[in-house]
Design a protein around this ligand. Sequence first.
Ligand code: NDP
Ligand code: TDO
Ligand code: MG
Length: 306
Amino acid sequence: MRILLTGAAGQVGGALRPLLQGRYEVIVPSREQFDLSAPEAITGKLDEFEPDLIVNPAAYTSVDKAENEAALAFLVNGEAPSVMAAWAAGHGVPMVHFSTDYVFDGKSRDLWREDDPTAPLSVYGASKLAGEIAVRSAGGPHLIIRTAWVYAAQGANFMRTMIRIAKERDTLRVVADQFGAPTTAATIASAFTQILEQADSDLSGSFARAKGVLHLTNSGSASWFDFARAIIAGAQSRGVKLKATEVIPIATSDYPTRAARPANSQLHLQRLKEVYGIKTAVWQDALDDELDAYVVQGQRTLHEPL
Ligand SMILES: NC(=O)C1=CN([C@@H]2O[C@H](COP(=O)(O)OP(=O)(O)OC[C@H]3O[C@@H](n4cnc5c(N)ncnc54)[C@H](OP(=O)(O)O)[C@@H]3O)[C@@H](O)[C@H]2O)C=CC1
Ligand SMILES: Cc1cn([C@H]2C[C@H](O)[C@@H](COP(=O)(O)OP(=O)(O)O[C@H]3O[C@@H](C)C(=O)[C@@H](O)[C@H]3O)O2)c(=O)[nH]c1=O
Ligand SMILES: [Mg+2]
């Protein structure tokens, strides 16, 4: 099987790449070779690559910046997936597309299920919803994987932001009234690889059993404040030198941002368990693994010859 993997320089793409490469033929075009902000070139590229499966974690992911760059966010997150999905459907090629908890408004206290009504609060969320709708309505075999609060030892993410700020400043103030599930890119990559292996050669059948949409996060729940506190404690206990050792809980209204975020974006994981038999690690355990990787990576960088 030949897989086209987009966004391989990102968190999820970067975690998927080595796992997929061990098992399949993987095409990983650079951003220049496969630019999602120029969707008109996509069809020709797909004709050239001739993938048997498209896996699309590439996205415009700057939530606040998107409020001022709506056209670009919709191009990358809505239009490009639409063109890919049309090609895929036309060729009977299955497509896996990644999406987000930010398609929900977060106003319910319950965990969000796959078929709950979407109502994004932000441009980013709306652009990701446009991508979901396009992939679904293209009519080919597809799986939309909604995840949330993704981080890794590398990349631009909340874990690394917290450690960086804690090295620079005396105090950290973090919102304690938005809830979700911090999720490592490694967890997503490992679960998705299991799904592919289980499907054997019948990806369409496998994706249909999930009705084309699947929630996939680490287990448990946290506020951003809970997550920040665990990051700081975990980093300190691993010997990372920090100036700020305490996290102060604040309200969303005390931390104004351009984009609004859901108050509760916890995703229900029942379908993942029932259809694929997968139970993900609780977020605290996944954080331990990622902090270990972060520290090892830091040591490697320190000892690298110039
Ligand atoms: N990060 C998060 O917290 C969450 C992410 N998601 C979704 O999961 C998926 C993976 O996210 P994640 O790995 O964290 O994202 P990243 O921001 O880490 O990576 C996104 C990737 O997309 C690439 N990309 C962006 N714009 C273009 C473009 N115009 N043409 C080609 N490639 C482009 C980036 O390239 P480059 O490296 O050159 O910038 C990067 O490789 C996305 O669909 C995202 O919406 C869902 C929930 C939470
Ligand atoms: C840096 C910082 C953020 N915050 C708040 C702002 C926000 O409400 C929350 C998270 O901040 P961030 O901007 O890092 O997170 P954000 O970019 O909103 O993260 C989202 O990214 C996209 C791509 C997704 O799909 C989502 O699932 C989610 O992971 O923490 C603080 O309270 N204090 C701080 O010092
Ligand atoms: Mg962000």
